[in-house]
Every structure is written in C-alpha cells, then in structure tokens.
Ligand binder design. Structure first.
Ligand code: MC0
Length: 141
C-alpha cells in the first residue's frame, strides 16, 4: 500500500545552480546528495531548513549523460517536474498489485534508489501522464 508522498522529482540541468536557487528562494536544503550511475543522475533530497522533517521531499535530478532518463526528459520537455514518488512498505507487493490492475512497471525487479532505497516506476502512459515512482525506504531514509 502507498503510505505517503515520498518526494517530487524535478529535472534540472545543473545541480549546484538548482541547489543554490532552492536554498536562497525557498529555504530548502539538501539532507542527502548522491550519484546514481545506473540511473544516470546526480541527485539531492531537499527538506525545509527549519521545517517538519517528516515532510515529503523535493528531489533535484541532474543528468550524468545526455542519453539518460533525465537527459532525454530535459531535451524533450525542459526543466520541470519529472516524477511523483510514493513511499511503500513492500515494493514487490505493491508492484504486483499494480501489475494485476494492468499497469506496466518499468523493471521486473526493484533497483537501487536514493539512500539505500529500492525503487520501481509505473509507465507514465498508464497513469494519466505522470511518471510514478515507488520507493521502499532503506535504513538511512
Ligand atoms: C517520458 N514521458 C513522460 C515522462 N517521460 N511523461 C511524463 N513524465 C515523464 N517523466 C512520455 C513521453 O513524452 C512520451 O509521450 C512517452 O512518455 C514515451 O516516451 P519515450 O520516448 O519512451 O521516453 P523515454 O525514452 O524518455 O522513456 C521514458 C521512461 C524513462 C519513463 C520510460 O524516463 C524511464 O525509464 N524512467 C525511469 C527511470 C528514471 O526516470 N530515472 C531518473 C530518476 P508521447 O505522448 O510523446 O509518446 S532516478 C531516481 O528517481 C532515483 C535516483 C530515486 O528517486 O531514488
């Protein structure tokens, strides 16, 4: 089952520039930064500097390569919201439930996501145009 909004992912061309913009404009700061080679991204998870730490996060996603998911998204759509991510308790179970409803999951088995999480995605053509990410948090989240 889906428990809460985990994060909203935003594609950006330059992570350092975006981090400075979010900090100076909205007071959102990185609680975690990571390079994920498999996903082709450098990413940062942002939380309000003085806010509720249990809040849904903003994830900034910058491409490592032009042919990555984020590289292609930036080419096609420009910077902006790329994904909506939900926290789940059991990613295999939720994936199976969604497959049973006829939705296409992008991976047969979960892959490695931010901070030791396990992730999968639902194809945006099966969700009314939103790339949905399922996140089973790792210990560090
Ligand atoms: C593509 N489409 C989207 C979309 N990306 N619609 C909404 N949101 C998106 N993000 C649309 C296109 O406009 C096109 O529509 C149709 O989907 C098929 O496009 P495509 O040519 O197949 O597009 P591709 O090759 O860019 O692939 C899209 C796909 C890809 C979603 C399969 O981006 C993917 O595998 N994403 C999952 C991995 C990912 O996003 N990694 C980066 C975040 P029309 O109408 O023109 O046919 S990594 C991450 O998030 C990790 C670190 C974490 O959180 O822990």
């Amino acid at each position: 089952a889906i428990r809460r909004i985990d994060h909203v992912g935003i594609a950006v061309p330059d992570l350092d520039e975006a981090l400075a913009f979010y900090r100076d404009t909205f007071g959102l700061v990185a609680e975690h930064e990571e390079v994920n080679e498999e996903q082709g991204v450098r990413e940062a998870m942002l939380v309000p500097a003085d806010g509720d730490p249990s809040t849904g996060r903003v994830q900034l996603l910058a491409p490592l390569r032009a042919d990555s998911a984020i590289g292609k998204f930036l080419d096609r759509s420009g910077p902006g919201i790329q994904q909506m991510a939900y926290t789940v308790d059991d990613i295999e179970k939720t994936s199976e439930e969604l497959r049973a409803k006829g939705l296409r999951l992008l991976y047969d088995a979960p892959r490695r996501g931010t901070a030791g999480s396990r992730i999968n995605f639902v194809h945006p053509k099966d969700t009314g145009g939103v790339l949905v990410e399922l996140v089973e948090p790792g210990g560090a989240h």
